[in-house]
Design a protein around this ligand. Sequence first.
Ligand code: ADP
Ligand code: ADP
Length: 220
Amino acid sequence: NLIAKLLNVSYAYPDGTKAVKNVSLELRRGNVICITGPNGSGKSTLLMILAALIFPQEGEVYLFGKKIDKKNASEVRKKIGFLFQNPDDMLFNPSVIEEISFGLIAKGVNREISNNLALEEMKKLKIENLAYKVPHRLSFGQRRLVSLASILVTDPSLLLLDEPTSNLDEKNRELIIERLMEFFGNRKDDWGAAIATHDNELIYICNEFFYMSEGELSRI
Ligand code: ADP
Ligand code: ADP
């Protein structure tokens, strides 16, 4: 019944920085968790653990009921959409349309269907005019929209968003908030999301709230 579960998880970076300390967390089906807290408190690291991108030295990670280790992580990652705080960490295709259809094609969806789904998502985010532009030459806000589209189009069962509305102008910020509300509203039960954010407006789309401070997580 749980999308994700962390049990007494601790993570230290190779340089010794203890970024996450003894964190336990349950993400139930249909729920959206918001995590706030100061910069450097460990929110991104916690999301990366939930994405099975990094592996804690202590504790246990369960995703979709399965205990996660390095060996089974890549299988489970196919059901996860991770929006990095910096869109440049995710854009690597020669055109926007290829960028957004990439995840679907990687999943085996044929190119025509993938392109059509990509175009639909681009229309929702009002970036269809960017289809044949080079992603890394776009403005920051446009790059954020493209990376969000590339995630939402794959319809992930676990959606992880790291500061999805940070450093945006008001127009792009509203666009993203409205699209997330629509996306969440249309989802059925078999999914969950966790969002690291300082944006007070995003708090309205969450139903559980946590605060991170110096690697420790507490419910608020
Ligand atoms: P937040 O997302 O809340 O800003 P982070 O998870 O990015 O916090 O960082 C938590 C802590 O881990 C900070 O002290 C940060 O400096 C440190 N940190 C983040 N990434 C690395 C890394 N690759 N190597 C070493 N320390 C890191
Ligand atoms: P793995 O099999 O190790 O999970 P994948 O082949 O699925 O790796 O993906 C390779 C990398 O590309 C991963 O880090 C994944 O997060 C990233 N990735 C996959 N799809 C997309 C996408 N549509 N946009 C941006 N990055 C993506």
